[in-house]
Design a protein. Sequence first.
Length: 80
Amino acid sequence: MITTVTQKNMVTVPAEVGRQLGIKPGWKLDWQPVEGKEEILVRVIPDRGELARRLLGAGRKFSPDRDAVAELVAERAAEG
């Protein structure tokens, strides 16, 4: 998709791209020029609330109630 840079160096994210990547108002975009090329790498940075939602429960697998060593031994035994 092609967009146009305005006189104030502003660019509109195409609606289809925004929907596909889940970009919402307030999110930031990190613009990085690709060295040696006329290209730009754009990375989506969600707002802090979205990042927190993504991390919610991520540490459950490290719960002190689980025996990670026993689980690993069982996993390796099942593999072969």
